[in-house]
Design a protein around this ligand. Structure first.
Ligand SMILES: Cc1ncc(COP(=O)(O)O)c(C=O)c1O
Length: 432
């Protein structure tokens, strides 16, 4: 459904909620200004309605979570029946059968599908918890404490994942509290970058202290950068040569975001650990660190007290949603459907590349970035986009990338509309 705005944006109710929130939420959390945000009330497919009754077209899947679309059948049904049956369990003490099934299914869609035997999982809630689990696993499995990570990479904001984040913005205020265990190299954009990267990574790994290379197979919040072919293969080879593990953070890119089950499927490279979240359930805080069984068995068997767990681990509603989501993505025609959608987005966005302020339009599947010459422009586009009924997000450390992570639920007409509207939006911002 195309957007339909019936009030000024933000409307009266949104402005009132912003005023109330300002008084009682920590002031660093929600960005509040006279023209931002709108408060959501309901959503369906690719549409979101705010509390003032305005209908928006969401081009973000709400942080890349609702890839399957809002309120699709599997979500409606699962919330209804599982919510009524068992809404909470005792994850590491008396779990539900659904936790067993989810661990099995996660193994099937990752390491078993890749033909390298079974996988074992540590479930969590937020994405960053999956990264924390991967970092702890790497230490236990290798006895090497350092992590090789990438500038611009985003892995979440817990202390371990924050340390491996390639964003100074998030780390600087907490620097004295962060441990020193991460080394950073730049994320490659071209074949030339890749050639320069090999000796740098080799030098770091040669010290024998790196337990894991942690990488996003497509750089998400760092600006939707699709690396050159051969990047993941290079990392696999170097990790093997130096007895380090390879961990893919597919929290953003997993579950067909880039057109295949996982972004690493494009290069057919198998990691030792994979971190999943967001679209894993498509609607609920569920995450997982899944690893080769042999690597995960570095954890000692529980003797009654888990070393790494949390109250909501394996929550039955979350597990039921994740199982239903995996079922949804398992349907035979998904790759073809995604290829068609990729083509439509490519067509809709490619005219933007010729605008004078645009550096590059890039992407894969349902993950696209429009990079601009002007730092900070993404915030302006987000705010002004709302006035046109578009929900948008920015990316890139300098706020120079417009990030699009739409749902599968947009029709070809809506995709064409979105491309044309974004072009008008850019022209409008230019003239202000
Ligand atoms: C690649 C990647 N890793 C980790 C995270 C952190 O996930 P969460 O915000 O659920 O903790 C994100 C969030 O955007 C992400 O994009």
């Amino acid at each position: 459904m195309l957007p339909k705005l019936t009030t000024e944006i933000p409307g009266r109710k949104s402005r009132d909620l912003a005023r109330r929130l300002k008084a009682h939420e920590s002031r660093n959390v929600t960005y509040l200004s006279d023209d931002f945000p709108v408060f959501w009330e309901r959503a369906e497919g690719a549409n979101v309605w705010d509390v003032d009754g305005n209908c928006f077209l969401d081009l973000t899947s709400a942080f890349g979570v609702a890839t399957a679309g809002f309120a699709c059948d599997y979500k409606r049904q699962t919330f209804a029946w599982q919510g009524a049956l068992l809404e909470h369990g005792m994850g590491d003490v008396h779990p539900s059968a659904l936790k067993v099934e989810l661990c099995e299914r996660l193994s099937q869609v990752t390491f078993e599908r890749w033909g390298v035997g079974a996988g074992k999982a540590i479930l969590g809630n937020s994405g960053f918890e999956a990264v924390e689990a991967a970092l702890k696993t790497s230490w236990l499995a290798t006895g090497k404490r350092r992590v090789l990570a990438f500038e611009g990479a985003y892995h979440g904001l817990g202390f371990g994942s924050l340390t491996a984040n390639g964003w100074e913005f998030f780390k600087a205020p907490f620097r004295p509290m962060l441990a020193d265990f991460a080394d950073f190299v730049s994320y490659p954009r071209t074949a030339g970058d890749l050639a320069k990267l090999e000796p740098l990574i080799t030098k770091i790994l040669s010290r024998g202290e790196t337990g894991v290379i942690l990488v996003e197979p497509v750089l998400g919040r760092g600006g939707e950068v699709v690396p050159p072919d051969g990047f993941l293969q290079l990392l696999r080879r170097l990790a093997d040569q130096h007895d380090s593990l390879l961990a893919f953070d597919e929290i953003y890119t997993g579950f067909f975001r880039t057109g295949k089950w996982f972004a690493c499927d494009h290069e057919k490279v198998v990691p030792d650990l994979i971190c999943l979240g967001k679209a894993l359930s498509g609607a609920y805080p569920v995450s997982a660190c899944v690893g080769k069984a042999g690597v995960m068995d570095a954890w000692p068997e529980s003797a009654g007290e888990a070393l790494h767990t949390s109250t909501f681990l394996g929550n039955p509603v979350g597990c039921a949603l994740a199982l239903a989501s995996i079922e949804f993505w398992s349907q035979a025609n998904r790759e073809r459907e995604l290829a068609k959608l990729e083509e439509l987005w490519q067509q809709a966005l490619s005219p933007l590349a010729s605008l004078p302020e645009v550096v590059q339009v890039r992407g894969r599947g349902l993950l696209w970035g429009v990079e601009f010459k002007m730092p900070g422009i993404a915030g302006t586009l987000m705010t002004k986009g709302l006035q046109r009924g578009l929900v948008l997000l920015g990316a890139g450390q300098d706020g120079q990338v417009l990030s699009l992570a739409p749902t599968v639920a947009l029709t070809p007409e809506e995709i064409a509309f979105a491309g044309a509207e974004i072009e008008k939006l850019i022209r409008a911002v230019r003239s202000t």
